[in-house]
Design a protein around this ligand. Sequence first.
Ligand code: HEC
Length: 112
Amino acid sequence: MHAFLRTTLLSAAVLGTGAAPLLAQAVTKTYQAPADTVFLQPSAHPGFAKTAVCAACHSAEYIVYQPPTAARPYWEAMVKRMKNVFNAPIQESDIPDIVDYLVKTYGNERPR
Ligand code: HEC
């Protein structure tokens, strides 16, 4: 999914308007995303189920490979960016649980 998103954004930016016929041709091609091999860590935490929405656009890989030193404000900004910039379908009221799950599972509040 990652490579596909980047390629699409890039070709749209590089080709611009002059290459509209080219672009239309490219869009008709089908693309098979590779199977996801990275999943969110299951947990009894109430934020776990709510975080499932995070894998709707991209692999959980994006989340799993964030720096383990990442603190709560980092995760909060990340979740809000996904919602506000990419229109991730996240309920405002679910954000605290999602952030809590993320920082305690992948960030600097996880048990060691
Ligand atoms: C509506 C689609 C969508 C949803 C849903 C979504 N994301 Fe993203 N996410 C993106 C896009 C687009 C990117 C940027 C991809 C790129 O740069 O290649 C991204 C990138 C990321 C990254 C990589 C770091 C970065 O800064 O780019 C992380 C971490 C991430 N998302 C976490 C989350 C989390 C946590 C959630 C759930 C709260 C979530 N995403 C839900 C679209 C989404």
